[in-house]
Write a protein that binds this ligand. Structure first.
Ligand code: FAD
Ligand code: PYC
Length: 419
């Protein structure tokens, strides 16, 4: 044993005895002040990223993020971490690819390893119709300057050798396509990285503080009500995902959002068995392997609206049956955990970013099953609106007003897991 390793072992022992007692907190835990320039409701990725970019891009630091539970405890810490920009329409392609580019530099930007792993996201085709739709989809991506490669069966099998590509499979595969720049990232790290960086710039993070209502004056929102008392603000921004419609209604805003449970599960950890993230939109199921070795298996939305954060048994059963058919080797694994999050679904499967009809109240919601990948761009563009009172060009098409003008951007087909 070298002197150096002896020294580190001594340090390790001392650290084990001390526990976490003298660790510096990554962000300051604040008691709310009476007033801020901006209060952001919801300490998920979108709320925290909004706070960070307000401070970083616009120099606005008199900001509080007010979170009902713990930061990242909502969908941001419950998702299956797929980051991709393989959308169909130019508006979405621009939005999600900007986000992917921010993700590509995020570990460096935040000085926090978010473990982005561009291992490729594969979408499977099970029919002639799927193949035609995917050719159009991949070609649209390339026209929008985003990488996409169509895959025939041998290419697919080479990429993912354990995938059941047999002719006699219950769900035969005809081909697919891959976005190679896409892949998973560590979800908690995204929340913690933004929280730490925002806090370092002066943003206050208040946890265990549910917003229960709004302060209004002359028809304008001028703050929020909480169990810790009222907090005044020149502007309030909501980033509460599945709770958006409930909370917005308290300010008199009706949102075209329906909330559903979306579930996922992980197996016991095993050595590397999956190379990519693979989705079968037709089966409503997808698979990847975490860096710890757990096989991550996700399913489609529950069939009915709900705020019960657990996910129903019939979806789980269907997902596991599809898993055993598509990856027969995975059929022998034991499940370790199953969980769900409440996601905010909008009719055209696209987000809502910007003002509401009530002055002083802005919103970021409607990401449904797919907003983890959009955390950087959601934060960037909402911060732009709050700081300047103007839409960021990327967010302009995604206003709430589109439900009046009818200019919907229907991304249901590219939503990965439909929402
Ligand atoms: P959240 O992270 O949910 O944060 C909202 C916060 O608001 C919560 O912390 C909540 O406690 C808080 N809040 C609610 N009400 C109040 C209140 N009254 N006062 C104060 N705070 C409040 N997306 C992808 O891109 N890729 C994926 O692979 C993917 N997989 C998914 C798998 C599952 C199982 C689930 C559930 C979702 C998945 N998503 C995925 C979707 C993604 O997780 C969400 O779109 C994204 O995390 C939304 O982030 P957010 O910050 O808006 O919401
Ligand atoms: O947005 O890629 C996605 C996704 C897949 C499963 C759930 N969300």
């Amino acid at each position: 044993m070298t002197p150096r390793t002896r020294y580190s072992l001594r340090n390790l022992l001392a650290a084990a005895r001390r526990g976490h007692a003298d660790w510096a907190p990554a962000w300051r835990e604040a008691e709310p002040k009476a007033a801020y320039d901006i209060v952001i409701v919801g300490g998920g990725g979108h709320g925290l990223a909004t706070a960070y970019y307000l401070a970083k891009n616009h120099g606005i630091t008199n900001v509080a993020v007010v979170e009902a539970g713990w930061i990242g405890g909502g969908n941001t810490g419950r998702n299956t971490t797929i980051v991709r920009s393989n959308y169909l329409y130019p508006e979405s392609a621009r939005l999600y690819d900007f986000s992917l580019k921010l993700y590509e530099g995020l570990s460096h930007e935040l000085n926090y390893n978010i473990m982005l792993s561009p291992r490729g996201v594969v979408t499977l085709a099970h029919s002639r119709h799927d193949l035609d739709a995917q050719s159009r989809w991949a070609n649209a991506m390339r026209c929008n300057g985003i990488d996409a490669e169509l895959l025939d069966l041998p290419a697919l099998q080479a990429l993912e050798p354990r995938l059941n590509c047999g002719r006699d499979a219950r769900f035969p595969i005809l081909g697919g396509f891959v976005q190679r720049r896409a892949g998973p990232a560590r979800h908690d790290a995204v929340a913690w990285g933004y929280a730490r960086a925002a806090s370092a710039l002066g943003v206050e993070i208040v946890q265990n503080c549910p917003v229960t209502g709004f302060l209004t004056q002359g028809g304008r929102v001028v703050g929020v009500q909480t169990p810790l008392g009222p907090i005044r603000a020149e502007q309030v921004a909501l980033a509460v995902a599945g709770h958006s419609s409930v909370l917005a209604r308290k300010a008199g805003v009706e949102l075209p959002v329906t909330s559903y449970a979306l579930q996922a599960m992980v197996s016991e950890p095993v050595k590397p068995v999956l190379n990519t993230v693979t989705l079968s939109p037709a089966l409503g199921t997808y698979w990847s392997q975490s860096d710890k070795g757990e096989v991550v298996i996700g399913g489609a939305l529950d069939h009915f609206p709900s705020y019960a954060q657990r996910g129903s048994f019939d979806v789980m059963q269907q997902v596991l049956a599809a898993t055993a058919e598509m990856f027969p080797t995975l059929g022998r694994l034991r499940l370790l955990r199953q969980w769900a999050g409440i996601v905010d679904v909008v009719a055209d499967s696209s987000p809502i970013i910007g003002p509401t009809p009530v002055p002083g109240l802005a919103i970021n919601c409607g990401w449904g099953t797919g907003g983890f990948k959009a955390i950087p761009v959601g934060g960037w563009t909402l911060a732009h609106w709050l700081a300047t009172g103007r839409h960021h060009a990327l967010a302009e098409p995604f206003q709430l007003a589109r439900f009046h003008t009818g200019r919907l951007i229907d991304e249901a087909a590219a939503a990965g897991i439909a929402h």
